[in-house]
Design a protein around this ligand. Structure first.
Ligand code: KG4
Ligand code: ZN
Length: 335
């Protein structure tokens, strides 16, 4: 099945053509064509994503990216309907509807959940076993700019949310702390860069809810602790603040994920979403998974941040299990 997918939920415009095959225990994906137009430069001067500007950019880029798709032999059309920024989601949905009308009148068009895109992105990890029966049960951390969610995956078709952030998402806290340090948007990669020469033990920032007896997270207290630290200390080594903040986030995320893996007898851990691009986070998960003899799946970096290929993957899985989403923007859609 060849799937043409569209992603416009935030500040990346993505179109992919993905060949998907196999049943629910052995799905296989071959990315045939893939285009992502990043809007980072457009939003950088504003210090964050401006929804109306983002919509305008999506409207402009979608037809340009679609023109690049050479193979027009498509079996399924899919577009992200949420979660995300309302005007941006509508930009993708309306484009997909027009596309169906003009170019693919006989092809089905279905909605996709962006978070399921991240959830199933581990399927693009080349190291994962061919037969997924060897992977489950698993615990997955979905950690992006808008979400921080722990999921228990019994198998491909049945998973449940264990907990999520009660306030800021982990990625959001990276972006906000970066702003406090006068680092440009998006903050995650900038904090990572700044922290390289810093001392992660220089400042003892809090690790909120690290020992709570549930799987929820909270990052707004940590952000405020950084703010107070910057206010109260005149001479501050930026690199140490960045490294110590980053370590506090990484410790919280890894501790809770491994605790859940232990409680649920997981064989594997998965990490997905934009923050999973962070190398300190990846290394920490890698060394602890090795120590505890757990499989670890983190998709290649280009599939952590937003793109349309993960949307095609999620739509294929939903197609197999008979799940679908209405073609209507749903900014607060969750897992
Ligand atoms: O998944 P994503 O591209 O978009 C959402 O679905 O939200 O995630 C974007 C988030 C941003 O908050 C960004 O700062 C963060 O992921 N991020 C990182 C890194 N790269 C992106 N955070 C920490 N370290 C990174 N290297
Ligand atoms: Zn995302």
């Amino acid at each position: 099945m060849k799937i043409l997918s569209i992603e416009t939920s935030c500040d990346e415009t993505g179109i992919s053509l993905v060949d998907a095959q196999g049943d629910i225990n052995k799905p296989e994906f071959n990315i045939l064509e893939e285009y992502v137009a990043s809007q980072i430069e457009t939003h950088r001067e504003w210090g964050g994503v401006v929804p109306d500007l983002a919509k305008r950019e999506h409207d402009k880029k979608l037809p340009i990216l679609f023109k690049k798709i050479k193979d027009r032999d498509v079996d399924l059309l899919t577009v992200t309907v949420g979660p995300g920024l309302d005007p941006c989601l509508w930009s993708g949905i309306n484009f997909a509807r027009d596309l169906k009308k003009k170019n693919f009148p006989n092809t089905e068009l279905v909605g996709a959940n962006h978070l399921e895109g991240h959830l199933y992105s581990f399927l693009l990890d080349e190291d994962r076993p061919e037969n997924l029966k060897d992977v489950f049960p698993a615990v997955q951390l979905v950690v992006s700019g808008g979400h921080t969610i722990l999921v228990y995956m019994k198998d491909m078709g049945s998973w449940e949310k264990l907990g999520e952030t009660r306030d800021d998402a982990a990625g959001e806290s990276f972006d906000k702390v970066a702003r406090m340090l006068d680092l440009p948007y998006p903050g995650g990669p900038e904090i990572e860069k700044a922290s390289k020469k810093g001392d992660s033990e220089a400042i003892d920032f809090p690790r909120p809810m690290i020992n709570s007896d549930n799987y929820d997270f909270s990052f707004s207290g940590l952000k405020t602790a950084v703010l107070y630290y910057l206010r109260e200390n005149e001479k501050v080594a930026e690199k140490d603040v960045a490294a110590s903040f980053q370590q506090a986030v990484v410790d919280t995320l890894t501790t809770k994920t491994f605790k859940a893996a232990n409680e649920y007898n997981a064989r594997s851990i998965m990490v997905s979403g934009g923050v999973a691009a962070n190398s300190v986070l990846r290394n920490s998960f890698e060394s602890q998974a090795k120590e505890k003899d757990l499989n670890l799946f983190i998709p290649p970096i280009q599939y952590n941040t937003d793109n349309a290929s993960i949307i095609a993957v999620a739509s294929y899985i939903n197609n197999l299990v008979g799940k679908s989403y209405e073609l209507k923007a749903d900014p607060n859609l969750n897992l």
